[in-house]
Design a protein. Structure first.
Lengths: 119, 226
């Protein structure tokens, strides 16, 4: 028997999975990223529908309860994601700086060319 | 021999004219001496005041930080084939007479990079500044394996080889430590020369603060782990 919570969570995870698929199809997600997210969301759906599975995983990892294993894994995953987002933001900053620098140098060059042609 | 004095400036209208007027007009052995101010998206009159002093002024559309301005200076020096590049802070904390000391140190020690060290001279400075600098020196030493007494100094001299080889990635204050990383990575010869640090209420309000030094160290470590 599927509880309302399981149904809502499963629907949300299926929605997330569909977004992953769409992003992969549009080419904005690489193959490695696609498989990573399919495994993450697919495993999450399995845990939601069959909660007993998490106990087996917990025992395998040497953690007492299944729910603890889920929480620990989620925290580790969130840390990793925050790290990735941070790096992505920094990379974007660098790209903006490159653009600003290039525009400033081009503008300076144009201004100098104008000046020398006047003289 | 061509020398470029590169000044990264952000909202320095209060002092930029005084700083530019203090710079040497001639240096023995230098046939062409140019000054370039990179106005890093200032919202005040910094760029206009600098232009009045008949120096080159390159204007960033938005503020990108010290690293961003230094990248533009380095690129300009590289593409215009300068033999030497001096970086000089716009907040009035350097004594322009020290530029000649840097050049004679480079000639004597045959170095690729000479950094002006404010701490070799036992400069009188607030405790917070000394602490920031110590922490930054230790972090620079651990991350890049290079020892320095002033990793945050803005007064530096690069020769042609260093101008060609150094590639900067950081946009903000971390760039000062990154320069030492590049010196180590590119196997450039580094020398330090004592310089005078001028600490006024103005320069203290503009420089690094204890509160953001942790942020700088955090970003250095994160980038190192990437």
């Amino acid at each position: 028997m599927v509880t309302p919570t399981q149904a809502v969570l499963s629907l949300f995870l299926l929605f997330a999975l569909s977004r992953v698929f769409l992003r992969f199809r549009s080419g904005s997600l690489r193959k490695v990223g696609f498989f990573f997210w399919v495994v993450v969301f697919g495993f999450a759906i399995l845990i939601v529908i069959f909660p007993g599975l998490s106990t087996g995983v917990a025992k395998f990892l040497g953690i007492g309860r299944g729910v603890d294993a889920v929480v620990y894994t989620s925290i580790a995953l969130l840390f990793y994601l925050v790290f990735r987002v941070h790096i992505m933001v920094e990379d974007l900053r660098h790209e903006i700086t490159e653009l600003v620098s290039k525009l400033a140098l081009d503008e300076f060059k144009k201004k100098n060319e104008k000046k020398s042609s006047k003289n | 021999m061509k020398l470029l004095i590169g000044i990264p400036a952000y909202n320095e209208a209060g002092i930029i004219t005084k700083v530019l007027c203090s710079l040497p007009k001639t240096i023995p052995g230098i046939t062409k001496l140019d000054t370039l101010v990179v106005d890093d998206g200032s919202t005040d009159e910094t760029a206009n005041l600098a232009e009045k002093e008949k120096v080159y002024v390159i204007k960033h559309l938005t503020n990108r930080g010290l690293g961003g301005a230094l990248k533009t200076i380095l690129y300009y020096a590289k593409t215009n084939q300068y033999d030497f590049l001096v970086t000089f802070d716009a907040d009035g904390q350097h004594d322009a007479r020290d530029i000649k000391r840097l050049i004679s140190c480079m000639n004597n020690a045959r170095s690729d990079v000479v950094v002006g060290s404010r701490w070799k001279n036992k400069t009188r400075a607030p405790l917070s500044r000394k602490l920031i600098n110590k922490a930054a020196n230790i972090t620079t030493g651990i991350l890049y394996g290079i020892l320095t007494s002033d990793s945050q100094s803005g007064l530096r001299l690069f020769n042609r080889k260093a101008i060609e080889k150094i590639e900067l990635k950081f946009d903000r204050m971390e760039v000062s430590s990154e320069i030492f990383g590049e010196i180590a990575k590119r196997r450039l010869k580094l020398s330090e020369v004592p310089i005078r640090g001028i600490y006024t209420n103005y320069s203290l309000s503009k420089g690094q603060k204890l509160s953001n030094s942790f942020d700088i160290i955090f970003r250095l470590i994160l980038r190192f782990l990437q």
